[in-house]
Write a protein that binds this ligand. Structure first.
Ligand SMILES: Nc1ncnc2c1ncn2[C@@H]1O[C@H](COP(=O)(O)OP(=O)(O)OP(=O)(O)O)[C@@H](O)[C@H]1O
Ligand SMILES: [Mg+2]
Length: 268
């Protein structure tokens, strides 16, 4: 069977997250600096970054190794705080929050996808996806129903009981995407999500991202690959901790169309 995602992603299933009432930016970053103090040396990873992301955008962040992309994503994801500057997430100034409040925001508003999938190996696809719902205090039956729904959304309805070792890389990443979506985040943050995948599987993942974005999800994606960045609607290039380019992508291709011209690899 081809690895193509069979289910048409259904916009109704992916309930649109709540938006701030005044229609303001979902992300506002103002003059953000981040430095790491390593005793004798100081690494200035971000040197004054300003960025505004509106609801429904799909942004690809590019730039060479060490340019500050992951540092920036960690700040957007409330995993780290800026040394100076402001980060306003859906109207909330995140810089003033303590650890517990940050964890709550992460769980409620943000979904993460990483290069290495980060799945628990002794746990089924379904249980992996269910995990973030445990912290969201959702009722058990609701949690399972929602987890199944997002697994179906990413085309893994027939793989729910599989362990990560019984899944291909692309399927594991789809489990990770389902896990990121299960609490209905306002934003999906993905740091090199296709870094470990072959080119066809990478485009399949981009197809899922485009479909999710079509249904209203705001996406910020880090990638080294210009071909992958083209599937976004806007590209931002970092160099030496600063934004050097910020451009809309004109005529971005549809991943579903690109897949039609790519060779298929049979999976089972
Ligand atoms: N925890 C840390 N402690 C000290 N320095 C760090 C830390 N994290 C990142 N850095 C430094 O900050 C700079 C930016 O790193 P960052 O990980 O953001 O780069 P990147 O653009 O994501 O690179 P890559 O494409 O290789 O993933 C680098 O010089 C890096 O060495
Ligand atoms: Mg990085």
């Amino acid at each position: 069977m081809a690895t193509l995602v069979q289910n048409e992603l259904n916009a109704d299933v992916m309930m649109k997250p709540e938006r701030p009432a005044n229609g303001s930016a979902v992300i506002q970053v103002q003059d953000v600096h981040k430095s790491y103090d390593l005793g004798e040396t100081k690494v200035h990873a971000l040197r004054g970054v300003d960025m505004k992301i509106e609801p429904g955008e799909f942004v690809a962040i590019m730039g060479s190794s060490g340019s500050g992309k992951s540092t920036f994503m960690n700040i957007l994801g409330c995993l780290d705080k800026p040394t100076s500057g402001k980060y306003i997430l859906e109207g909330t100034d995140v810089s003033s929050l303590d650890k517990k409040q940050l964890a709550a925001i992460r769980n409620r508003k943000l979904g993460f996808v990483f290069q290495g999938f980060n799945l628990l190996s002794r746990t089924t696809a379904l249980e992996n996806v269910e995990l973030p719902t445990l912290y969201a205090q959702t009722e058990k039956s609701m949690r399972q129903a929602r987890s199944k729904e997002v697994l179906e959304l990413v085309g893994l309805g027939d793989r729910m009981g599989h362990f990560p070792s019984q899944l291909s890389g692309g399927q594991q990443q789809r489990v990770a995407i389902a896990r990121a979506l299960v609490n209905k985040p306002a934003i999906l943050l993905a740091d090199e999500p296709t870094g470990n995948l072959d080119s066809r599987t990478s485009v399949e993942i981009m197809q899922i991202f485009q479909d999710l974005n079509d249904s209203g999800l705001t996406i910020v994606l880090v990638t080294h690959e210009p071909d992958i960045a083209q599937f976004a609607k806007r590209t931002v290039v970092f160099r030496d901790g600063k934004i050097r380019h910020d451009d809309p992508v004109s005529n971005h291709p549809r991943a579903a169309e690109v897949l039609k011209s790519m060779p298929t690899v049979d999976e089972d």
